[in-house]
Design a protein around this ligand. Structure first.
Ligand SMILES: [Zn+2]
Length: 466
């Protein structure tokens, strides 16, 4: 499989050297609702996982929750809610959105606050390596100690500070030796939550959390690290520095960044107030329509939200649905095998989901034509379903049990009263259509076993390139 590596700025052949393939995706900071940009990042990761599995690989997938952070504390104070309740509340909301979108759960879904001992241990190692320093109960990473700092993102050195400042850096912090040095551990501010540490009470910096969680669950070198492109600097650059300065070897074999989603002429962001919320879209469109729409964009190209295009995606999903439902005839069997190869090849080609979906639609059109002409299409319909499942399309089936149950297990970690105490926030209701309209089964469909999709796909897709 070929993928673009942000670090080398090249499309590289991604060759798994181990099973399972290890994947880390930066998760949410839960203080607001899931927007289309989040959905793009996590559905792209989902397609990558599904495609790797369809190619015969196992995947171990870790996604974190940044459940202690300046943004969470600020929002909690604004709305008068306990910070942990706020985080639980919005993580729960996010999980329900992921379930509704039929996105596979990560195997491990750690929250940063459960990893404090591991984070402290990593900070201690950085201090012992003399690449970090303590000042007034804070610990900072000294970027001067690692000359490669920032190389990951290929930004001009003169611009690093301005970008870091836009994304949470405090250049005027009097305890820092250099403005770009970033915090590993920050001393407690009165009134804020804190954990005991060798440097006094405080809380971890954002970047060290991900380094600790990634290495804890996936080892010192992971295969693929993904996240939104706005995380490349300083977050991923810092994550990389913290690990590579200690291990002396590559932290990540392939950095995969998903492009930003724009709306009303600017990147979708909370600060600009131009967010398109997943929950709102799902009151008007099916999850299949939204997933088809998201996957119709290549993961590396920024794109702009368009209601027209989303409506068109809904129509295209309807075409696929008609194709898997149409009764066939008794004439010569329609052979869908070539489409499996085309779609497999498109996804092997830097996860080209737009081309893959074009082929999927072509297959749907051909099945409709063949069925109308009296051909046997049942096998082709099973193949179309299996291929659709790589994009997370349910086509009338329930959410896959492994997805619902896997997320439900993670949900239990975020249920300690968050819902009951977050009264200042909007009510959390899953629209009825998630559990009713979209789970209606057509009699024709019940003869197909949705759990057989991966095995059906794996016999047809060309294997991931060795
Ligand atoms: Zn991260």
């Amino acid at each position: 499989m070929k993928l673009y590596n942000s670090q080398s700025q090249q499309i590289e052949t991604f060759t798994p050297t181990q099973q399972p393939v290890t994947l880390y995706v930066c998760g949410i900071t839960p203080y607001d609702t899931t927007h289309l940009g989040h959905a793009f990042t996590y559905t792209i990761a989902d397609i990558l996982v599904r495609h790797l599995e369809a190619g015969g690989h196992q995947v171990r997938y870790v996604q974190n929750v940044t459940d202690i952070d300046d943004d969470i504390l600020r929002r909690a104070a604004e709305v008068g809610v306990n910070w942990r309740a706020l985080g639980n509340r919005w993580t729960t909301h996010f999980i329900h959105d992921m379930q509704a979108l039929n996105v596979r759960p990560p195997d491990v879904y750690p929250r940063a606050t459960t990893m404090i001992p591991q984070i402290i241990a990593l900070v201690e190692r950085l201090l012992a390596a003399d690449v970090a320093y303590e000042s007034a109960g804070n610990v900072y990473f000294s970027v001067a100690a690692w000359p490669e700092y920032g190389n990951l993102c290929h930004l001009p050195p003169a611009e690093l500070l301005a970008i870091a400042n836009e994304r949470g850096n405090r250049p005027d912090d009097p305890h820092k030796r250099a403005p770009l040095d970033f915090v590993l551990w920050q001393a407690q501010v009165p009134g804020e939550p804190a954990w005991a540490s060798p440097w006094g009470p405080g809380r971890p910096g954002w970047h060290i959390e991900c380094s600790a969680m990634a290495t804890q669950f996936l080892g010192d070198t992971i295969d693929i690290h993904s996240g939104g492109s706005d995380l490349c600097f300083p977050h991923h650059a810092s994550e990389r520095a913290q690990v590579e300065v200690l291990t002396g070897r590559s932290f990540v074999r392939l950095w995969l960044h998903t492009a930003m989603v724009e709306h009303e002429g600017a990147k979708m962001s909370k600060s600009l107030g131009n967010l398109v919320m997943v929950r709102d879209l799902l009151t008007h469109y099916s999850a299949d329509a939204l997933r088809f729409y998201l996957a119709s964009h290549h993961y590396r190209r920024p794109w702009t939200y368009s209601q027209y295009s989303l409506t068109r995606a809904a129509e295209q999903v309807h075409t696929v649905l008609r194709a898997v439902q149409i009764p066939g005839g008794e004439k010569a069997r329609f052979d869908a095998a070539p489409y499996c190869r085309y779609i497999g090849a498109a996804l092997d080609d830097d996860l080209n989901t737009p081309n893959a979906l074009t082929t999927l639609l072509h297959l749907a059109d051909e099945i409709l034509s063949a069925a109308s002409a009296g051909a046997v299409v049942s096998e082709a319909q099973a193949t179309l379903r299996a291929l659709s499942s790589i994009f997370g399309l349910r086509l009338g089936f329930d959410i896959e049990p492994a997805i619902h149950n896997g997320w439900a297990r993670h949900l239990a970690d975020f249920a300690d009263g968050g819902l009951a105490t977050a009264n200042a926030l909007a009510t959390l209701q899953i629209p009825d259509r998630y559990s009713s309209t979209w789970s209606v089964r057509d009699p024709l469909m019940t003869s197909l076993d949705p759990t057989s999709y991966p095995s059906v796909v794996s016999t047809h897709l060309s294997p991931v390139a060795p």
